[in-house]
Design a protein around this ligand. Sequence first.
Ligand SMILES: Nc1ncnc2c1ncn2[C@@H]1O[C@H](COP(=O)(O)OP(=O)(O)OP(=O)(O)O)[C@@H](O)[C@H]1O
Ligand SMILES: [Mg+2]
Length: 380
Amino acid sequence: MEGKIGISLPNCNREKLTGSGGRKFDYGIAEGPEWGFGSEEYKVGGLEEELKEEDDVEVEETSNIDVLQSHGINIVDLKKLKSAGICTIKGIMMCTKKRLCNIKGLSEQKVEKIKEACCKLDTGGFLTALQFSDKRKNIFRITTGSQDLDKLLGGGMESMAITEAFGEFRTGKTQLSHTLCVTAQMPSQGFTGGKVIFIDTENTFRPDRLRSIAERFNLDQNAVLDNILYARAYTSEHQYELLDLIAAKCHEECGTFKLVIVDSIMALFRVDFSGRGELSERQQKLAQMLSRLQKISEEYNMVVFVTNQMTSDPGATMSFQADPKKPIGGNILAHASTTRLSLRKGRGENRIAKIYDSPDLPESEATFAISAGGITDSKE
Ligand SMILES: Nc1ncnc2c1ncn2[C@@H]1O[C@H](COP(=O)(O)OP(=O)(O)OP(=O)(O)O)[C@@H](O)[C@H]1O
Ligand SMILES: [Mg+2]
């Protein structure tokens, strides 16, 4: 036999990895040939097709928890799970028993039974690296509006991950958030486009800004605005509670939401918790919120983009450190963010982005510009 050597081991099992079902999403385009008018069908995980395809039923991880009814879990308890934002089998598998017990009306016994039923569906085990690689083929990227910045990010903002952009004031974090709100709706190769959820903690969301960005891309402005769900969070608790609503919304309109933005992730935590005495409580709450965001991004295959502020560490200046300015949020945020992007001001409208931390991208830089039409390539 010529070429690559195939290795075959006894009892190697294949597992069905993807399901399909149809959902519709409307995006408006004013003119322009690139993206037809109206709606487009695309694939999301679904159970019905699976049932048709195989006698030996394997339940997709993103299946509705209603399938648990046939495993002896009553509908009232399933409703309680949904009201806490847990709508899929994967969602249950991602929660500790402790967290499930904290849901009003769910006793330890009930939680035990629910977990057992999920285990019977056999979705939480090992995959081979090859199967996992197939699964990662579902990952898509959203363009930032600047080709250079996209290149730096390996093709755009990646789904199933948290991307964090931090920098001083007016470095373009909010402008990038606004641009992504629009570009997330535009189909591109291998990506259908979808709706957006925006959590605003600093009161800097401006729908009119979206109009000029939509105009740049020749999109119907009202249709673009109509595809963005906006919430203003006033406290860190409120910010956390909104995540339950996001999970419920994503489940309800399965596959239509592609992007969640939190601008900014730390602002309210900074206000709600002050001083060293409250630091550990703050970090604990922050960790819970980021873990929830991470799970949402994986469970519903979405891009999560968060912005972050910087602090100048007086201690670091004293010790003559090269870079006394750091993103806030400490180790918790550092570990939760998949890709960390550092932004700084360049000349005029130019801004410089640097990969600060990434599991698969080198630490290089790109220059982009802020224009009336949002983030774009620098002219320099
Ligand atoms: N319509 C526009 N056209 C061109 N540039 C704009 C426009 N609107 C805002 N900008 C520029 O964007 C910059 C502000 O960026 P942005 O609001 O994203 O900052 P930020 O990083 O979010 O800051 P902060 O930390 O204060 O939230 C300013 O330099 C401003 O001049
Ligand atoms: Mg801002």
